[in-house]
Design a protein around this ligand. Structure first.
Ligand code: SF4
Ligand code: SF4
Length: 386
């Protein structure tokens, strides 16, 4: 089958953040230092080459950008300052836009204005809807129970609807990833039972982010700070999503504190706050970690919304528990005005890696075993992942 070449592909990737690809002269140093590259997945050099050659279809089927954790080791070693780490990050952004069937991700990554306007529009519509709902059926002076401004049963249904839309788009994207990488991108048969054998990879990689901890660029520290912060942030917002989707009704009751539930909310809030502060500080101070030197505008939106959500959540919680119910209701509306665009935007942003990365690890392990099995049957040199 003929391979289609896109001569303008480098310019396309430039908009996603890859600015220095042409500097690469294929020495291979980057792949040598990368803790995760091997004989089967030869990134980032191979991805740099495919990009230079305009092999858009090959990169579309590649899982390699997801196997990179952006430790920055390769960029530090590159003699040409071609920044392969940032290129892998840009490829992940581009792949997110390829998995997305709506075209929204592409619009967001290519226009900061469109993204800001969309987020503002969703926030304002959410505020108007919740305010009218509250005024029509309840009282601003009542926080929970009969006559509440925003009854917990209504909020529960509202959260499940918004969360359902978010997960629908995320899983549609994951389905496209499977089609690109496991159907279009495989030249050898994949036994069906490998999907079951490797299934544990999804929760295992999601929870531990083990490969990130294995990055060698750890500054001689056993506690690799970017991994620790990433772990805190991911755990924080995973716990928050579970609390919002499942336990919002007992959490909203009060003013008594339900310690077996609230303790998780408090821990998640601490994780989110520390993660946000670390993220902002690293990008403003531009520390030694190369992965913080460049930040795409879309990376900021997630953190700004998360800061608003976290701070408004803390304020609302304090106001409710101390009896300032009118102020608590108003703060609750502001809080949800940030929560809704934050959730709805996730499938179209870098942060969809919450789902895409563990899925990619899972598919990559299946590919690896399929290749090894095939190598035992035929000439090893004839086997590749397309
Ligand atoms: S990105 Fe840099 S280190 Fe990697 S192959 Fe190209 S020139 Fe060499
Ligand atoms: S940033 Fe780190 S994990 Fe990613 S390709 Fe470079 S060395 Fe490998």
């Amino acid at each position: 089958m003929a391979i289609r070449v896109n001569p303008g592909y480098i310019e396309v990737l430039d908009k996603f953040g890859a600015e220095d690809v042409q500097m690469c002269y294929q020495c291979g140093d980057c792949s040598t230092v990368c803790a995760h590259a091997d004989d089967i997945f030869k990134f980032p050099r191979k991805s740099m080459r495919q990009l230079q050659m305009g092999l858009e279809e090959k990169l579309e089927t590649s899982l390699e950008p997801w196997l990179c954790y952006y430790c920055g080791q390769c960029s530090e070693q590159c003699p040409r300052e071609a920044d392969p780490g940032e290129t892998m990050m840009s490829l992940r952004r581009w792949l997110i836009s390829r998995y997305d069937i709506t075209g929204i991700a592409n619009q967001f990554f290519n226009s900061r204005t469109r993204e800001i306007l969309t987020v503002l529009l969703i926030a304002v519509l959410t505020g108007i809807y919740l305010t009218f709902y509250g005024i029509s059926g309840g009282s601003i002076h009542v926080y929970d129970g009969e006559g509440a401004f925003l009854p917990s049963s209504f909020i529960h249904t509202f959260d499940l609807t918004v969360g359902g839309i978010m997960f629908l788009f995320l899983w549609l994207g994951a389905l496209r990833m499977w089609y690109f990488s496991m159907v279009k991108g495989m030249s050898i048969p994949v036994p069906w039972w490998l999907y079951f054998k490797k299934l544990y990879e999804i929760p295992f990689q999601f929870i531990t982010q083990k490969r990130y901890a294995e990055c060698e660029n750890n500054g001689n520290s056993k506690l690799y700070m970017p991994w620790l912060v990433h772990f805190g942030l991911a755990s924080g917002y995973s716990i928050m999503i579970i609390l919002i989707m499942v336990f919002v009704e007992p959490l909203q009751a009060g003013p008594e504190i339900v310690w077996p539930l609230h303790i998780f909310g408090y821990l998640a809030t601490i994780g989110l706050l520390i993660g946000c502060i670390y993220f902002v500080r690293q990008r403003i101070v531009k520390t030694k970690h190369v992965q913080y030197k460049k930040t795409h505008s879309t990376d900021w939106m997630f953190v700004i919304l998360l800061i608003i959500i976290t701070v408004s959540g803390i304020v609302q919680h304090i106001l409710h528990r101390t009896g300032y119910l009118e102020a608590a209701n108003i703060t609750y509306v502001i809080h949800l005005m940030a929560v809704v665009p934050w959730l709805l935007r996730m499938p179209f942003s870098k942060w969809s890696h919450l789902i895409y990365r563990p899925m990619a690890m899972y598919f990559a392990e299946i590919q690896r075993e399929a290749v090894v099995r095939q190598q035992k049957l035929v000439d090893p040199l004839s086997i590749t992942i397309k």
